[in-house]
Every structure is written in structure tokens, then in C-alpha cells.
Design a protein around this ligand. Structure first.
Ligand code: UDP
Length: 461
């Protein structure tokens, strides 16, 4: 660890699992570089401080009611957070700035808070933005207005196969699907967020050059800001979990008993859900594959019911012989386990990057948002996975699993996945692209004027 540098960073994570995890990982990375860390967080999904004794945690109190906080409309949730959090966040940030602790050098805010930069500017603090998705997906979201103008959005069922030449190799069906009752509002929020990033003091991305070089290079041309791709975050050093659910570690001892590269790990992240008949089809496909499987069925991941006992008999037999179901897994450890040979995923960005970093080929089943973009890149650009096309069907599921785990046909995919693992490891080593970018980020932050009570704010030259 570097020496402490008497500079404090205030980090403001979005209260969603796939946003909290990378922000806490980033906090650890910057703490290891000598910065003190204060996490300002909402009451909704507030992080557990106990695995992070070196950080200070302060709630801003978001004022969301119980029914508001439990909405499944993520866009509505983001809108509510933006409406309710600005004032309490400003109050908290000002308290931090005038406290006697190490001076606040910079705010690092999740990109979903569009008010953060303006608030921080008023408090005399520079803002950097963490976007928790990939660079490619960011460009697509930033191009939403153009995609609407050119008629690709809203997605028309008759045009699903049409190419989108502005973002090759995407087709209309790969564009982000956003489930909201308020599409115009979504566009406005998106636009505010993109503008907020443009006006910030820099953008931090959980990705690496060898993975997304073309998108990063276009991003740098299109946006007048410095971009720091310093990922994969979770491989930068030991990082504690920020999981909202308890990790069931019994799956690790179960994995210890399985043959190398034999297990398919199945998880659709923290938000995506399937209906009951899809759930049964997944179960049958797993049973038919004849391969061992570890399946995360979190509370809420099956709409309607999630009683495993209701599943077909052949599945329950398979479960006894060669399957394991848990509510939440220690995913980093699972993907790094020698027994895991394939990951059936919804392609949330964290899961995608975690899989790439461990060289685990993917079966892609994107559900919404940037997952479609990520999945297309996994199957067609990086070619480290296969798509489950045209709905869930037990035969296709079993075929995809067997292809990635055992068939000769999957050999090239497995080889490419192994090569990406090498690249993900080497970018973090001394002289590697993410290592250098992290040096650049630390120096960039150190170049900011100190802005607490002992130091005059100086934001613009
Ligand atoms: N995750 C986990 N255990 C599980 C399932 C998921 O720790 O059983 C973690 C996973 O490692 C990832 C995050 O939850 O860091 C999910 O983020 P992602 O972007 O993949 O998907 P989201 O939940 O945002 O859709």
C-alpha cells in the first residue's frame, strides 16, 4: 500500500448491487493509493460498513418511502433518487468539506446521479464520474437521441434484424431495452447524465484497453474529458463483498468436489427475473445437459413462485446427483474456481467483465438495458460466448452448455476466453494499460486544488 497522502475522496455510489460493488472496489483501489475514503450513501440499499473498516460511511437519508424504494421500474427509481437526494446530499457534502478531517480533494459520483456535479461545484469540490457499465454501452446510450432520430428506437419488432451501422456489429434487437412507463423522462434523465459527465473532471470506467480499445478511442474523440479505464476493478487487489444478500459459501466446498472445467454456473444478477415457465425450461435444460451446475435462484428472480420443489422430477433427481442451488453466491470466487467451465449469464457489465477476467466462456441471455449490447460483443466481437437465441428452450440450453463445456466445437471459444484472462491480468501489472491509467488517475486527482475550510475553492482556470 502507498503512504497516506492526507487527501480525502468522497464517493457516492448508486444504490443498486451492480453499482455499489464497483464503487466499493474503486474505493479500495484508491485507498490502496493513499487516499482516505468517505462513502456517502442513500438509506436505500445502504452498504454494510463492517467489511470496510478503513472507510467512513455516512448516510445522506434519501427520503424514499417503502413503496417507492421497492419499485421494480429502475428508471422511476433513478428519477426519484435524483429528485429526493440532491438537497440532503448537498447538506452532507458541505458538512464533509467543512469537517476537520483530511481535506476533500474530489467527489467521485455514480453517473446515475445527474445533480452531483452541480452540487459539488457549489460546495467547491471537483467531480469525477464513475460509469459502472462498459465503454461500448456508454457510447450507445449517449447516441440514444441519434438512434431515435434515425428511427431505430423505439425498437420495432419488424426491424429486429436490421443492422445499426452507427454501432457495428449491433442490430436493432441488440439496442438497450429499457422497461419504463415513462420513456420521455428516461431520455431526459439520460441526457442530463451524459451532459453531467461531459462537464465533469474525468470519467472512470471499469474496463481495459485490450477489451474495448475501439470504443475507448472513439469516446476520447467524442467527449472533451479525460477517461480512465482502470479495470477490471475486482482484480486490482483483495476486495470485500458489497453484497446485499448473504453469500452462501457452501457452493465453494461443493465446487471443490467437481472435476476441472465441468460446471456451468448460472446467475442472472441482482435484478433480472424469469417467469415460471422459463424457470422450468432452465431447469430442464440444466438436467438435459448432463453437466454439473451451480444455479443462483435469488428471492424475486422467478416472477410468481420460486419453489424448487415444484420443478419436474427429472430436475430434482439431477439436483441430488450433480446440481446445487443457492440464493446468492460469492461470484468472484465461483468464477475463479477451477471447476467452473462456463457461465450462463444475463450479461450485466460486472458479470460479463468478471467472467472475461477469469477466462470463463459465457452463455448469453441478456434481459434489458446494456445487457443486449454486452452480449452481442461477447458472442460476435470478443467471441468468448454463445447467444441463446429466440427464447428459452431446453434442447438449445443443453446444447449450448455442452458446446462450451465438452464439445470440440467450443474449443476456440474456450481458447479465446483463456487469452482474455491473460490480457485482463497483464493490463493490471506494472506497465500495463490499466496500471498506467490508475497512475494517471491518482496524479490527476492529486493535481486538484484542496477545497475544504482551510483551502479556497478553485474549480476553473
Ligand atoms: N453477484 C454475486 N453473487 C451472485 C450474483 C451476482 O456476488 O450470486 C454479483 C456479481 O459478482 C456482480 C453483481 O452481483 O458484481 C451483479 O452485477 P451485474 O452488473 O452483473 O448485474 P446487475 O445485478 O446489475 O443486473
Amino acid at each position: 500500500m502507498n503512504q497516506r497522502n492526507n487527501r480525502r475522496l468522497v464517493l457516492f455510489p448508486g444504490p443498486i448491487q451492480g453499482h455499489i460493488n464497483p464503487m466499493l472496489q474503486l474505493a479500495q483501489i484508491l485507498h490502496d493509493r493513499g487516499f482516505s475514503i468517505t462513502i456517502l450513501h442513500t438509506d436505500l440499499n445502504s452498504p454494510d460498513p463492517s467489511p470496510h473498516p478503513s472507510f467512513a460511511f455516512r448516510s445522506i437519508g434519501d427520503g424514499l418511502g417503502q413503496s417507492e424504494a421497492s419499485t421494480s421500474d429502475i428508471v422511476r427509481l433513478i428519477m426519484l433518487l435524483n429528485a429526493r437526494c440532491a438537497a440532503p446530499f448537498e447538506e452532507r457534502l458541505r458538512e464533509e468539506v467543512s469537517s476537520q478531517d483530511a481535506p476533500v480533494t474530489c467527489l467521485i459520483a455514480d453517473a446515475l446521479f445527474s445533480f452531483a456535479r452541480d452540487v459539488a461545484e457549489r460546495a467547491g469540490v471537483r467531480t469525477m464520474v464513475l460509469r459502472t457499465g462498459g465503454a461500448t454501452a456508454f457510447r450507445v446510450f449517449a447516441g440514444f437521441r441519434l438512434l431515435r432520430e434515425r428511427g431505430y428506437l423505439p425498437i420495432a419488432e419488424s426491424r429486429l434484424e436490421d443492422p445499426v451501422p452507427e454501432f457495428p456489429p449491433l442490430r436493432v434487437k441488440d439496442l438497450p431495452r429499457v422497461n419504463t412507463g415513462e420513456p420521455e423522462l428516461f431520455d431526459r434523465i439520460l441526457n442530463d447524465r451524459i451532459e453531467g459527465i461531459k462537464d465533469s473532471s474525468g470519467l472512470i470506467l471499469n474496463t481495459f484497453e485490450d477489451l474495448e480499445q475501439p470504443a475507448l478511442s472513439l469516446l476520447r474523440q467524442e467527449y472533451p474529458i479525460v477517461v480512465f479505464p482502470i479495470g477490471p476493478f475486482h482484480k486490482c487487489g483483495p476486495c470485500s463483498s458489497g453484497s446485499f444478500l448473504a453469500e452462501d459459501r457452501s457452493c465453494i466446498s461443493w465446487l471443490d468436489k467437481q472435476a476441472p472445467n465441468s460446471v456451468v454456473y448460472v446467475s442472472f444478477g441482482s435484478i433480472a427475473s424469469v417467469n415460471e415457465s422459463e424457470f422450468s425450461e432452465i431447469a430442464l435444460g440444466l438436467a438435459d445437459s448432463q453437466q454439473p451446475f451451480l444455479w443462483v435462484v435469488r428471492p424475486g428472480s422467478v416472477r410468481g413462485s420460486e419453489l424448487v420443489e415444484n420443478l419436474p422430477g427429472c430436475f430434482l433427481e439431477a439436483l441430488e446427483e450433480r446440481g446445487k442451488i443457492v440464493k446468492w453466491a460469492p461470484q468472484h470466487e465461483v468464477l475463479a474456481h477451477r471447476a467452473v467451465g462456463a457461465f450462463w449469464t444475463h450479461n450485466g457489465w460486472n458479470s460479463t467483465l468478471e467472467s472475461i477476467s477469469e477466462g470463463v466462456p459465457m452463455i448469453c441471455m441478456p434481459c434489458f438495458s446494456d445487457q443486449n449490447v454486452n452480449a452481442r460483443f461477447v458472442s460476435d466481437v470478443w467471441r468468448v460466448g454463445v447467444h441463446l437465441n429466440n427464447g428459452l428452450e431446453r434442447r438449445k440450453i443443453a446444447e449450448a452448455i455442452r458446446k462450451l463445456l465438452v464439445e470440440k466445437e467450443g474449443e476456440e471459444v474456450r481458447e479465446r476466453a483463456a487469452q482474455f484472462k491473460e490480457k485482463a491480468n497483464s493490463c493490471l501489472m506494472q506497465g500495463g494499460s490499466s496500471f498506467q491509467s490508475l497512475d494517471g488517475l491518482a496524479n490527476h486527482i492529486l493535481s486538484f486544488e484542496l477545497t475544504n475550510h482551510q483551502h479556497k475553492p478553485q474549480l476553473r482556470s
